[in-house]
Design a protein around this ligand. Structure first.
Ligand code: C2E
Ligand code: CA
Ligand code: CA
Ligand code: CA
Length: 277
């Protein structure tokens, strides 16, 4: 039995070693990816559902892996967060999104605003406002052309430092959107604290409307609340015409989801953007 135990232990150890090795390999590759031009942003439009006009776009990162093909954030964002690479990734994302916005503008196209997702560690970084200010200057953007998407848990992780950063961003004129709204623990308290320009109703609440009575009630309640607080609402994950009609009926005109477009390369999106100036 003792022999057995030792053999089993060796077996687990081998597996742990393999998992750890794989993890370290991924971190190493990710560092290469960030510096070596393997990351790419895809853009998904946020549409006025009544007119079809693109009102904003969200930048979503992908990794064109040399051997494993196109990787989605689910495969590497968490690793980046745990390894500390997320700040570098975030800096890359911000730079790439601003560059793209100014490129679209020079082509006579305008997406309204570009939204970038940032993680908690960015908000703990007191230099973020300064970096954003510089980016806006370098690319000759108006601060309102840039939206930062954050989740409630982002703020919760270190609320004092994060709130300081958030206030600084607001002073710069950069707009905030609360992402995945409704999935956190204290959504209402954070709305009051953050006073974001937009909130995005999480896909999980949109999925079953209008069939699920509770979800309909929730969506209506969020819309009523947001309206009262003068916050714009985006419905995420709109996939069907029935969802679109229900949301429009509830005066939720800003919608995002596969019904309108999946996230696509910048070049493919360009033709759908408004003429500018
Ligand atoms: P998110 O910010 O909530 O982004 C929306 C996700 O839902 C995207 O997944 C998008 O492709 C997907 N989606 C959009 N419309 C629909 C729909 O109609 N149906 C369904 N089923 N899905 C839809 P994606 O691109 O895989 O990104 C996943 C998450 O990764 C994002 O969730 C965001 O939290 C994170 N992420 C993406 N890009 C970045 C980034 O540059 N930095 C950081 N820190 N996180 C990022
Ligand atoms: Ca988002
Ligand atoms: Ca979301
Ligand atoms: Ca999400």
């Amino acid at each position: 039995a003792k022999q057995d135990g030792r053999a089993r232990y060796a077996f687990y150890e081998a597996h742990l070693d393999a998992a750890l090795a794989e993890r370290m390999e991924l971190e190493r590759e990710l560092a290469e990816a960030i510096r070596g031009n393997q990351l790419v942003l895809h853009y998904q439009p946020i549409v006025d559902a009544a007119t079809g006009v693109v009102r904003a776009v969200e930048a979503l990162v992908r990794w064109q892996h040399p051997t494993r093909g196109l990787l989605y954030p689910g495969a590497f964002i968490q690793v980046a967060e745990e390894s500390g690479q997320i700040r570098e990734l975030g800096a890359w994302t911000l730079e790439a999104a601003c560059q793209q916005l100014s490129r679209w503008k020079s082509q006579g196209r305008h997406p309204g605003s570009v939204a970038v997702n940032l993680s908690a560690s960015h908000f703990r970084d007191q230099r973020l406002p300064e970096q954003l200010h510089e980016l806006i200057q370098v690319h000759a953007l108006a601060p309102g052309e840039l939206t930062i998407e954050l989740t409630e848990s982002t703020v919760m992780s270190d609320s004092e430092a994060s709130m300081k950063t958030i206030h600084a961003l607001r002073d710069l004129g950069i707009e905030l959107a609360v992402d995945d709204f409704g999935t956190g623990y204290s959504s209402l308290a954070y709305l009051k604290l953050l006073r974001p320009k937009k909130l995005k109703i999480d896909r999980s609440f949109v999925r079953d409307v209008p069939g699920d009575h509770d979800d309909c009630v929730l969506v209506r309640a969020v819309l009523g609340l947001a309206h009262a607080l003068d916050i714009e609402v985006v419905a995420e994950g709109v996939e069907t015409e029935v969802q679109r009609q229900f949301l429009l009926g509830e005066a939720c005109t800003l919608q995002q989801g596969y019904l309108y477009s999946k996230p696509i390369p910048a070049h493919d999106l360009a033709l759908r953007l408004n003429a500018w100036p």
